[in-house]
Every structure is written in structure tokens, then in C-alpha cells.
Design a binder for this molecule. Sequence first.
Ligand code: PMP
Length: 439
Amino acid sequence: MLGARGRFDRPGPACQHATVTTGDTTGDTTGAATGAARPATGAAAVSRRIAAIAESATLAIDRRARELRAGGADVISFGAGQPDFPTPDHIVEAAVAACRDPRNHGYTAAAGLPELREAVAAKTRRDSGLDVAPEQVQITNGAKHAVFNTFATLLDPGDEVLVPAPYWVTYPECIGLAGGRSVVVPTDPSTGFQVSVEALEAARTARTKALLFVSPSNPTGAVYDPAAVAEVGRWAAGAGLWVVTDEIYEHLVYGDATFTSMATVVEELADRTVVVNGVAKAWAMTGWRVGWMIGPRPFIAASANLQSHATSNVANVAQRAALAAVTDDLSAARAMREAFDRRRRAMVEALGRIEGVRCTEPRGAFYAFPSLEAFLGREVAGRRPQTTLELAEVLLEEAEVAVVPGEAFGAPGYVRLSYALGDDELAEGLDRLARLLAG
Ligand code: PMP
């Protein structure tokens, strides 16, 4: 049910203009003999490139949880990758005003509203310490779109990208769609899920073009200290690589952890770094779909060209809302971070009390990533799950608790639990988990 790979049982509307030729790659040659035009039908209508995309396991578990809820089940979901807070009022008000302003009713520049590009440059100076010009900023349809644009603009077929695992599901898919190859570099709790320069060096080949670097991390919550960021950055600079840094969780760090933007500690990387970021997580704006990418001017110009043909500008009203977010004083973001921190500590404590669960303390983002390996091959609620994919199904069906299996992040044996949910729900969900796993 929670298949690791998605299936396209019935692809959407058939293409009216498909002409079958002898070079047909659909595998259906019935029309080839006559060369007659015929509508493509069935699975063959989907290209191999697109059919190879894995379904996001995060969305799959969310969908299953929603289905069970619709059937009356009281499911508690640790699957969400988004804050449970509404968008702060001052941002919503800015959007309401933007709706009424006819300036926002037509097309605008594909790379983003000039005011927002300017404000993101200023915000990046303030929060990351990076000195960038507005022309180095491109506004995208969420940070996810920035990830897609980045790899589409950066990679030629066969180029390799070093991807430390556990990784967020979307990276390998975007790398693959761009014709590149993900070279996965595993990490584990012994280093707090942080990648070492030795492991990176061992994975590097003549085709390595870029390193993907994510701190704070989804799914592990790992946050690299400044010295560790500098060490990895110096290695990448020495190897002549590009670095793609996903900084979407920059404001969600806890305890003594601090956020460090790699290009601030390794200046040589300034003209080979692409920063991915957005308003989704720190301002509770996942649905508004505003993110951005920051890079060298020619790189951003090329990527804006791509975007001009793919999507044109991001919705102006959403951009105006994002402008209100990135120019605020971060007090709303700080209040949300305090709530996340409280829940983080509650979750780590509760997980620590379940025998067999091992959980490295997350220091950033809003996820815990415990190992549930001890429960594989053992009886849980009368079943015997062999993988965390199967165990996640058991948890959902028997305890009505949704978690995302580690397989989705290239890390079988683990599960991801988001702590972006209400305190009471969080406590109840962890209680159910504890009861089920206690046998
Ligand atoms: N990067 C990471 C690491 C994320 O976890 C997410 C959201 N799950 C994104 C990027 C995408 O964010 P957005 O909603 O802005 O597309």
C-alpha cells in the first residue's frame, strides 16, 4: 500500500496529437504498420523519464492517513512536513491588500518582483551574512521549485551530485530529471548524521559536479557546527565543486546549535554556490508557494530563462505576502520556534522511554529520526514487519499513528516523526506508539 515507488495505473488524458512511427518508444506498435495517427492510450502515454519518478512517500503516507480519517479513524499524523500554525496576521493582511491592488493582477517579471528580490537580498545579508545583489535572487514557486531549477540549470547528462543520506526525497528525483546522477553518501548516528570529508572524497569521481548540503536537515534534524561547515566547504572548494545549500530551516535551530551558511565561512565558494530557501517553514507559509534561489548572476539569468518558459512569475499576491514576511522582525518565527523546541524535547524524552528505540537528538528543523530497527522481524500487534515500510503500515493500521518510513529518505531502519503538531496530539500519538511497540 505504501509502495516505495509510485505507479501510474491510469495516466491522464490521452494526447490527441501523438503520431506513431516505427521509432515509437511506447512499446505499442499496433499503429506502426499503417503509420496512422492515433491517440496514445494507457501507460505508454507517459514518458519513461516521468514514469521513473518515485511517488513521494511523505505524500503517500499523508494520503493514506487522510483516507483512514475520512473513514472515521482518529489518526494522529507525525507525517506532516509543515508547521501546524496559521500564517501570521500581518502577512495575511499584506496579501489581502495586494489582492485589491490592480498592479498585482497581471504578469510580472519571471524572476520575481523587484521589491521582493531586493528584500530577499537584504534578508540574506541579515540572516545568513551573505552579501548578494538582487539580480542574484530568483523567486520560485516554493523552495522545491528552486531545487528543481537549480539542478536543471546546473547539470549535464551524467553529471554526478554527492547527496549525503538520509536525504529529503525530492533531491534525487530533481537530479535524475535533470539527467544527473545522485551519488549517495550514507551517514549514521555515530556522527550525528553528519557527513565526513573522507566519505565525500571517497565518493568523488571525475564526473562529480556538485555537493548537496542541508543543515538543518530534513529528515534527521542534524545541524553542523560552523567549524564542520567550514571543513566540508573547504573540501568542496578544493575539489572545484559547486555547492547547493538548502537553508529552508535556517531559523529553526535549538539549544546551542547555530545556523551557518557555507559561503560565509568559505569565501572561495561565493561564485559556485546556489542557496535554496523560502518562507514556507519559518513563517508557516507552505501553501503560499514562495521560495527563492540565490547564485552567481549568469546562473540566475539562465535559470530565470528556464522559469520564463515553465511557469512565468510566481503569483503576485503570494510574492507580496512573502515580502511582508521577509521584512518583518522575526518575532512570529521566534514564537513558533519556541513551541517547536518544547515539542522537540517532549518527543525526544518520550521516544527515549520506549525500549528498543534509539533517537539521536535533533538540533534543528522539526523532525525526529529514530531507529526502529530493533522491532523488525519481531512481532508487533500480531504482525511481523520486516522493513520500516511495513512497520509504518502496522503503526498506521493498528495504532492509528502515521510516521514516514526511512526508506523514503534512503535510510531503511528509521522513521521520521514531525513534531509540528499540537502538544496534546503529540503526547497522545507517542503514547499510542509506546503502547504498540511495548507489545
Ligand atoms: N527543502 C527542504 C529540506 C524541505 O524539507 C522542504 C519542504 N519539505 C523544501 C525544501 C520545500 O519547501 P517549499 O514548501 O518551499 O517548496
